[in-house]
Design a protein around this ligand. Structure first.
Ligand code: PAF
Length: 277
């Protein structure tokens, strides 16, 4: 496996690799969710590239960006074991050289849910992913579905900007107790970690209500909120029942619905979702 840190090294490393090229953009602190993305790319592509870059443009507060866990040596070992061919781990100046002055401004898909809670976040994601897609030039890019709205934003951005990289959503990987794997989980205290599976239990209650025939989105939101209310450590940010394509909140569930939520536990903001119906 080759580790490159500059655009020029990346270009040279990619010059004559076999295609198709599979790409996994990450912010490092890799876990089994990322490993499953690399494994999927490895199975479907001749060359696998992982990027490891904590993108300052997608963080609201500098403190949050600085607190983000980092360990590139550990991440490189995980990538190598998972079968990656190339890791691109650039500095902030390499990605955004002095004078960089462009921002991808996303529309409606970026406004609700995470977009409402984190203004500007998806513009930052779209900006860095557009740039990385252009630098890597992959046929396919693999993303975890825990970040459902992120996948929708990136798919929209690639379509609108005519970037010929297929966006491939992959199933969320969970711990045995249902907690969705996330680089943020490491910041939970032991008590917070014990409380965190409530997020998936709440989603499961919503799915069960729909499976049992409930068609009122408010009743499904209430079923999920009741589960969260029973866990004192859980501080919900939003609980949503939305259309899976437009992400607009539903009144009546008459097809597939996206159940999603953001919940603070121990000050760590956890997000998760399930499709139902
Ligand atoms: O999901 C992430 O880790 C990041 O948002 C991404 C897609 C790598 C862009 O920085």
């Amino acid at each position: 496996m080759q580790v490159v840190t500059t655009r020029a090294e990346l270009r040279a490393a990619l010059a004559s690799v076999p295609r198709p090229l599979g790409f996994i953009p990450t912010m490092g602190w890799l876990h089994d969710g990322h490993v499953s993305l690399v494994a999927r790319a490895r199975a479907e592509c001749a060359t696998v590239v992982v990027s490891n870059f904590v993108n300052p443009k997608q963080f609201g507060e500098t403190a949050d960006f600085e607190r983000y866990p980092r360990n590139v040596a550990r991440d490189n070992a995980i990538c190598e074991a998972a079968g990656a061919d190339i890791v691109f781990a650039p500095t902030v100046d390499e990605v955004y050289p002095p004078g960089f002055d462009t921002r991808v401004a996303m529309g409606a898909v970026a406004l609700p849910l995470e977009g409402a809670a984190r203004p500007g976040h998806f513009d930052g994601v779209a900006t860095v992913v557009a740039l990385l897609f252009n630098l890597v030039g992959a046929e396919r890019a693999y993303f975890g579905s825990k970040d459902y709205q992120q996948v929708a934003v990136i798919r929209r951005m690639a379509l609108d900007l005519a970037i010929p990289t297929d966006v491939v959503p992959c199933s969320t990987v969970r711990e045995a107790d249902g907690l969705a794997m996330s680089s943020r989980n490491v910041r939970l205290t032991p008590a917070g970690r014990a409380a965190a599976p409530v997020v998936h239990r709440a989603l499961a209650a919503g799915v069960a209500a729909i499976d049992a025939g409930e068609r009122s989105a408010d009743a499904v939101r209430a079923a999920m909120s009741r589960v969260l209310a029973a866990e004192p450590a859980a501080d919900p940010d939003y609980v949503s029942v939305a259309h899976p394509d437009t992400l607009a909140e539903l009144a009546v569930i008459d097809g597939e619905a996206l159940l999603s939520m953001a919940v603070r536990i121990d000050g760590v903001r956890l997000i998760d979702n399930e499709l139902a119906g």
